[in-house]
Design a protein around this ligand. Sequence first.
Ligand code: GLA
Length: 401
Amino acid sequence: MMRKKLAIVAWLAVWAAAALSAVSCRAKETRGHLKLSDFDTLALKPPMGWNSWNKFGCDVDEEMVRRMAEAMVQSGMAAAGYEYVVIDDCWQTARDDEGNIIAGPERFPSGIKALADAVHSLGLKFGIYSCAGDKTCEGRPGSRGYEEKDARQYAAWGVDYLKYDWCHTEGLQADPAYKKMRAALEAAGRPIVFSICEWGRSKPWLWARGVGHLWRTTGDIKDKWESVLTLLDLQVGLEEYAGPGGWNDPDMLEVGNGGMTSDEYRAHFSLWCILAAPLMAGNDLRTMSRETAFILTNPDVIAVNQDALGVQGRRFSKEDDREIWVKPLADGSLAVALFNRGQSKARMSVSWAEMKIETSTCYVRDLWKRKELGRFLSGYSADVPSHAVVLVKVKPSNIID
Ligand code: GLA
């Protein structure tokens, strides 16, 4: 067997080790009172899937969700790694006399179990939404006071993923409220990815590891460039809290929803990959353009997001509108995004020395073009269009596969 010699540069080793040891220390602290279960291995990489909210809002029904699951397979999204099909708010309309949650009979005439079965039959996983408060954000019945009942119902339906929101939670504290639902899910006995949607208000990155598998760090994304920039800036400083098993969530993707240019969507997607963010597509998979499919399914870019090291990338430098974002990868390479937020084209450069790479030569691969660019002495420069990224993988030449 070929031995893999990893000549990882000093700062990278220190950075990765610090991140991983922080993760494992916190894991020991917060898991002490929870039984170790299959839950702990559900999100060793950032979850990937599709969610109804960004495109459809409350306009959800079983037919649309079935077609979306089929499209996830037919479009190549499933092959690219997308797995969860999640219905967001508005599927639920009432509770029956015994307190059981009811899916709207007009929009979900076959019921949620049949829909989950249909999604499973395609080899995909099924997700649903509720809220820690009395009502969901759209005023549907929430889970407050019904946590165990709802968790048992989800398990019986075959739910694999629960997004749990934070509207109408007067008098509640986030940490115990989410722990309550996590315990209810575990007691119900079906491994369910638990997506904490508390918008970052109580700094969930400080308490959510071991409670949820992903936690929103911000308010809602909009299909606008300014929104991507705002959410991106809010991730700076949160890097050490992400890692295998629990991820910072800067909200779902808007790629393909029409409000941004193609370059802007590529930048949005590239940066979410550098951030090791959950990748929940939010567009109509049935009708997406080739360009949208190309962005969402690029294997080189997704590999950055799903890299086994599980380290969230960070903003390495910022000079006005020109930013360099870097994510260390398991093989000792670095994913590097040259990101131009500005209004005009910019020449951007990175030098191996400033990134503390100890060798003078690196191999560079352009991840959007999916092309090896060759060996580069001392650094790499590129022209980056306005509101765009150039995303490369930089492999120090002293790493031998
Ligand atoms: C909140 C969440 C959104 C979405 C809506 C649904 O705003 O942050 O992601 O789930 O509720 O009402």
